[in-house]
Design a protein around this ligand. Structure first.
Ligand code: ZN
Length: 737
């Protein structure tokens, strides 16, 4: 590891933040970001940092203060307000207490903040108060954990880092650890750093740079020591598993196994309309992961407690290990996956029962399903209730597997012989205590409050009490014809409801532009996928891509369609066949692929087909469109008959003319509009008004309206399948009947 310190960058932070926050906090912000930018040091809110500086009160009095990172905040993107200030003189006096429980400690921290609306300081705030140095950096560095998380961890770490580093045995984070750290340093005031077994590293210094570079130096020392002891195991046999015999985890093997895993990880809710709480799955299938999973004793070594206790709320104490999966029998494959997940759940419930007396009041147990599934030959699959949390579980798993493998490879004996048990995690009682610690759960509730805040946008007004929210958190949607006006509106609506959206269309600028617009608002919750609905290979590949990306698909919106204007007398057969291929065959291919995938997952699903009012009230000179859309509509109704027994609901929305969505003009109306304008002697604005005035409500139909109709079905507000919801302002001639 190398220092990334740059005097120019440091000066830029001082220039940007110094006037408002002071130089010490500006530099604290800079070096915290340096730590946060190194995933081998901290991951997703792990670690913390502080600086001590005088603070001037409103009355002009100067008091000593410590500015400590807020609990759960990400160092990579922290700003000065992310280090709330505390009354240092008062906090230091707490050291004399014999004990301090979590709730009182948090109360003491919050009541001694210098600014009332600051975030709650880190659980390790008292360490920062009790240690004397100006700057203090605390990380959960991989290389340090690879030293300590083994049978002889304390001696191994001491040997690696030298006598100038204090190595403490594991202590539960909080008051006692802060006392122990301060006592140890008081005895060894010349120490340059401190290792906490099964936890991480603390360094300090009079300047931001010295403290940061001390972290870099000690981590580098640990890395060099480990490398000198490393004896990689020779992998015996094939790295790739039975599911796919050649060349590692192919897309094919992933898309075979992932939807079954995702289906088995969905929690039963007991609600007959929404029977499953779905998860998003993130995969790790690189060569390094496959090699680690194929190493001798990989199972004993990897099915072990996490590197640090802050990972517990993301990954649980243990992953599920799935091996010996049948390669050629889908039914047997599913049965084995489901049976293994069930067995894991029973073991987790037993673990909860064993520690019931230690459960803090008011803390709800997690569901019993695994968060991480390791499949030799295929990869690691990491689940979370939404993409963000699944990505956190994935990143933690990547580092966890790498560190555990490194521990086995540096065990001092031939890994093939004695790697089993070389990694040593914390005992179960400590794991339970930390998994269900109220302070840890506060981090999750903050995260989900943020998630609801950003995903509830579709619901403009508060939902009535007791009504299920229009929330599709954890759901994955495939929208075809996404780059058109209606498709664009559907994508926005689904994303705003918390759904992950694969926006599919023919490759090209309109799709790229749409995805870049959506990504600016919704980040990685949207991807663009090239899809030609008339090509079965393209349809299959697009669904497989979404499956490998997020674990599966729950909602399919067949929306792609094209139009042409001609009387039957003048209708060119090739033109008709072109519409037939997109509107009928395209719908059929998407319905077929969706049906196969949704059935394999085994957690039901929804298909909402974008039909048209023309199915019920066709227009003259519009025969090719009206008849091909009618055929597509009929396919949707048939799908509702065929798929109901798998709890796959198929419904239709039937909009009247939607001219545009934002800047996206409707391709269909570009085709049809000129003819309609000519026939009625109207300009474009006049035509829109004409359509508005012909419905009972005099409503202008928008893509948002279509999206809302889809959300009605997708969120399962009523037990309905095979139905059509008009979105037309009321057109008596086209009322479905
Ligand atoms: Zn820590």
């Amino acid at each position: 590891m190398r220092s990334k310190w740059s005097d120019e960058e440091a000066a830029a932070f001082v220039a940007r933040y110094g006037d408002e926050w002071g130089t010490p906090l500006a530099l604290r912000t800079y070096s915290s970001r340096l730590l946060g930018s190194e995933p081998g040091l901290v991951l997703h809110g792990g670690g913390n940092s502080s600086v001590k500086a005088p603070w001037r009160s409103l009355l002009g009095e100067e008091i000593p203060a410590v500015f400590v990172k807020g609990s759960g905040l990400d160092m990579a993107s922290i700003d000065p307000a992310g280090h709330p200030g505390l009354d240092l003189g008062y906090l230091r006096r707490l050291r004399a207490l014999s004990d301090l429980d979590d709730a009182t400690m948090v109360d003491q921290l919050r009541t001694h903040l210098l600014c009332a609306d600051s975030p709650t300081p880190s659980i390790e705030a008292l360490v920062h108060a009790f240690l004397p140095a100006i700057f203090i950096d605390h990380t959960h560095a991989d290389a340090i954990l690879a030293l300590t998380n083994r049978a002889d961890g304390l001696a191994f770490a001491q040997e690696a880092l030298g006598e100038e580093v204090i190595v403490l045995p594991y202590l539960t984070p909080g008051f006692r650890l802060a006392q122990a750290a301060a006592d140890a340093l008081a005895e060894r005031p010349d120490a340059v750093g401190m290792v906490w077994s099964h936890h991480g590293l603390v360094t300090w210094g009079p300047t931001a740079r010295e403290s940061y570079e001390s972290t870099v130096d000690l981590v580098s020392r640990a890395e060099r020591f480990l490398e000198s002891r490393r004896r990689p195991a020779a992998v015996t046999g094939s790295v790739a598993g039975p599911v796919h015999a050649e060349g590692g985890a192919s897309n094919e093997s992933r898309s075979t196994v992932v939807p079954l895993i995702r289906g088995a990880l969905a929690e039963h809710t007991g609600d007959c309309d929404r029977p499953y709480r779905r998860v998003v799955v993130q995969s790790l299938t690189d060569a390094g992961m496959l090699t680690a999973l194929a190493a001798p004793h990989a199972r004993e070594n990897l099915v072990s407690p996490p590197l640090t206790t802050d990972h517990l709320i993301r990954t649980k104490a243990l992953p599920l290990w799935l091996e010996g999966l049948p390669s050629d029998d889908d039914v047997a494959l599913r049965e084995q996956i489901v049976a293994s997940v069930d067995e894991y759940c029973r073991a987790y419930e037993d673990y909860l029962a064993r520690h019931e007396s230690a459960m803090p009041p008011g803390v709800q147990p997690f569901d019993s399903r695994p968060r991480v599934v390791l499949v030799p030959g295929v990869g690691a699959f990491c689940a979370g209730p939404d993409l963000r949390e699944a990505m956190i579980a994935r990143d933690i798993t990547a580092h966890t597997v790498a560190v555990k493998t490194l521990v086995a490879e540096t065990a001092g004996v031939e890994p093939a012989i004695a790697a089993a048990g070389s990694y040593v995690g914390l005992p179960e009682a400590e794991l339970f205590k930390m998994e269900y610690r109220t302070l840890q759960h506060a981090k999750l509730s903050r995260a989900s409050a943020v998630a609801v805040g950003t995903t509830g946008a579709a619901v403009k007004s508060p939902a009535p009490a007791g009504a299920p929210p229009l929330c599709l958190r954890g759901h994955v949607a495939v929208v075809t014809g996404a780059a058109g006006a209606i498709g664009t509106g559907i994508c926005w609506g689904l994303l705003a409801a918390g759904c992950l959206v694969a926006a599919t269309d023919l490759p090209g600028e309109p799709l790229d532009r749409l995805v870049s617009d959506l990504a600016a608002e919704f980040g990685p919750n949207v991807v663009g996928v090239s899809l030609d609905v008339t090509d079965s290979v393209s349809v299959g590949e697009a669904f497989a891509r979404v499956t490998t990306l997020w674990g599966g698909v729950d909602l399919v919106i067949p929306n792609a369609g094209i139009a042409a204007v001609a009387s039957l007398a003048d209708l060119d057969l090739e033109c008709y066949r072109r519409l037939e291929r997109v509107n009928v065959e395209g719908t059929l291919l998407v319905l077929s692929e969706a049906a196969r995938l949704l059935r394999r997952q085994g957690t039901g699903g929804d298909i909402v087909l974008v039909s048209t009012k023309n199915v019920f009230a066709p227009g003259a000179n519009f025969g090719a469109y009206s008849s091909t859309k009618a055929a597509a509509h009929q396919l949707g109704r048939i799908a509702s008959l065929e798929l109901a027994s798998d709890d796959i609901r198929v419904n239709m929305v039937a909009p009247d003319a939607v001219f545009s969505h934002g800047t996206c003009r409707s391709g269909l109306w570009a085709e049809v509009g000129p003819d309609r304008m000519k026939a009625r002697g109207l300009d474009e604005a006049g035509l829109e008004t004409y359509y508005q005035n012909r419905n009972l409500l005099k409503a202008r139909v928008t893509a948002e309206h279509v999206a809302n109709a889809i959300l009605f079905f997708a969120t399962r507000q009523t037990p309905t399948t095979g139905a059509t919801l008009p979105v037309d302002g009321g057109l008596p001639d086209s009322t479905p009947r």
